[in-house]
Ligand binder design. Structure first.
Ligand SMILES: Nc1ncnc2c1ncn2[C@@H]1O[C@H](COP(=O)(O)OP(=O)(O)O)[C@@H](O)[C@H]1O
Ligand SMILES: [Mg+2]
Length: 224
């Protein structure tokens, strides 16, 4: 069961935004079908991260409608937000790991929260760490890892819950080409089993490796 996405005439202005500055999103409309793999492209400041924050109900649109599986996520009650998030695999740009927990704990925590029995959770957490090439580091503290390794832990944490919708905001930004390829393969594998994947990137080389539809943003508008 994958998830569809629909942005209908969505605008977003941040309260702290500079007066007179352009909106982060400006009447943006696009649809992503259930099970589709889509790139979200555009220069820094184009509004890519804002799209993810709206999808995860971290922010609400100023105008317009954001639907995930026909559900208006801009209108969710606070109590309903955790249920939405449980369906999502989220790799955000400003995401932090818990530095007082091990790598393993960071990845298995979403499963514990979802009530997965500890033995299953441990198995799945190790499988997710294996997929991002970090099985050997499960007992490490994230602080001892490089930026790229921390990024891969975030990705393992995002996929461990078997999300129906995988949202990744520049997930390969801190990775060398080899690991960017590993991560792309991981997302492809999720796509292959029907998961909807939205990947923000401005890495043309990455897109060339796995061609898919791109939605291009410029100054908050959909330009392609
Ligand atoms: N919390 C915020 N408060 C005020 N302005 C913001 C905030 N977050 C983003 N913006 C502004 O919104 C615009 C789009 O930002 P963002 O969605 O982060 O773009 P991208 O991810 O494509 O770089 C930028 O001009 C940015 O400065
Ligand atoms: Mg961004």
């Amino acid at each position: 069961m994958a998830a569809s996405i629909s942005f209908a005439d969505v605008s977003k202005r941040y309260p702290g935004g500079v007066a007179g500055a352009a909106a982060a999103l400006d009447h943006a409309s696009f649809d992503i079908a259930a099970g589709e793999f889509v790139y979200l492209t555009g220069h820094s400041g184009a509004g890519k991260s804002t799209v993810f924050r709206l999808l995860a109900a971290i922010e609400r649109p100023t105008a317009g409608t954001v639907l995930v599986n026909q559900q208006n996520v801009g209108r969710l009650s606070p109590a309903a937000v955790p249920f939405l998030r449980r369906k999502l695999g989220l790799v955000l740009q400003d995401q932090r790991l818990l530095f007082d927990r091990t790598v393993f704990d960071n990845v298995s925590l979403p499963l514990a929260v979802a009530g997965v029995p500890p033995r299953d959770a441990a198995k799945r957490a190790r499988a997710a760490l294996d997929k991002v090439g970090l099985l050997g580091r499960e007992r490490a503290n994230p602080i001892a890892l490089s930026g790229g390794e921390q990024q891969r832990v975030c990705i393992a944490r995002a996929v461990v819950n078997r999300p129906v919708l995988l949202l990744a905001d520049e997930p390969t930004a801190n990775l060398d080409a080899e690991y960017a390829g590993v991560i792309l393969e991981l997302f492809r594998a999720f796509h292959d089993v029907g998961v909807t994947v939205v990947l923000a990137t401005h890495d043309a080389a990455l897109i060339a490796r796995y061609p898919a539809r791109s939605i291009a943003l410029a100054q908050g508008r959909v330009v392609r």
